[in-house]
Design a protein around this ligand. Structure first.
Ligand SMILES: [Mg+2]
Length: 213
């Protein structure tokens, strides 16, 4: 392996937003009189775009119903994240180390652009990232489009690219793009879910990534 580019998932990989996402899904479901998903059900959808997630869960919802869910979810999520969730503790150190090794860093997320920009701006780590893609601008994971566009932007092929994420969809996106998939077990997805997409490795903490380079 000669890794020159790492694509990071955001929620559950960089920032510990999992409990806010679960709460916002449940609050939006209550407000719109939809069936309220369990925490485990929400966790299994984290990583998909909201549009794909709610459509899979509520296939009979109209287009207007989907739009209403997305708007209601975002209202609750942004209220919960008025005090931003913390970054995973080792993330700033990891990003500093990777930057010193001249590895190009980018973000591919199921968040909306507004949500990602808010998270980046409040994180104190936005300067580490050379680019980002959101599902609403491209295609939801596990489609490889976010990774292939980021590879084109930074001028590094997928054969020299690693995708780091906490969800099955991240690992499937990596495989679909021809990039290496590294799962993290500290986020929303379970190890069994991650293994279904055959990642190269599953790590238990951010700094363990350095041992793989
Ligand atoms: Mg994630």
């Amino acid at each position: 392996m000669d890794i020159k580019h790492i694509v990071f998932d955001w929620d559950g990989t960089i920032q510990d937003t999992v409990s806010s996402i679960v709460q916002a899904w449940q609050d939006a479901s209550v407000e719109l009189a939809l069936a309220v998903p369990s925490a485990a059900e929400v966790r299994s959808m984290i990583g998909l775009s909201l549009q794909v997630g709610i459509t899979q869960r509520e296939p009979s919802l109209s287009a207007a119903g989907v739009e209403a869910f997305i708007a209601t979810y975002r209202k609750h999520y942004f209220a919960l994240e008025a005090q931003p969730s913390p970054l995973y503790r080792e993330i700033p150190t990891l990003l500093t180390e990777l930057a010193q090794q001249d590895i190009v860093l980018t973000v591919a997320t199921g968040k909306g652009r507004n949500g990602l920009d808010r998270a980046l701006n409040s994180s104190g780590i936005s300067h580490y990232f050379a680019g980002s893609r959101t599902a609403c601008e491209t295609a939801s994971k596990p489609d490889p489009l976010m990774v292939t566009q980021l590879c084109q932007q930074v001028g590094i092929t997928s054969a020299h690219t690693m995708v780091v994420g906490d969800a099955y969809f991240d690992m499937a996106m990596a495989a679909n793009a021809g990039a290496y998939g590294i799962g993290v077990s500290y986020g929303a997805g379970t190890v069994a879910e991650l293994q279904r997409a055959r990642p190269l490795k599953i790590i238990d903490a951010p700094l363990a990534l350095l041992d793989l380079l």
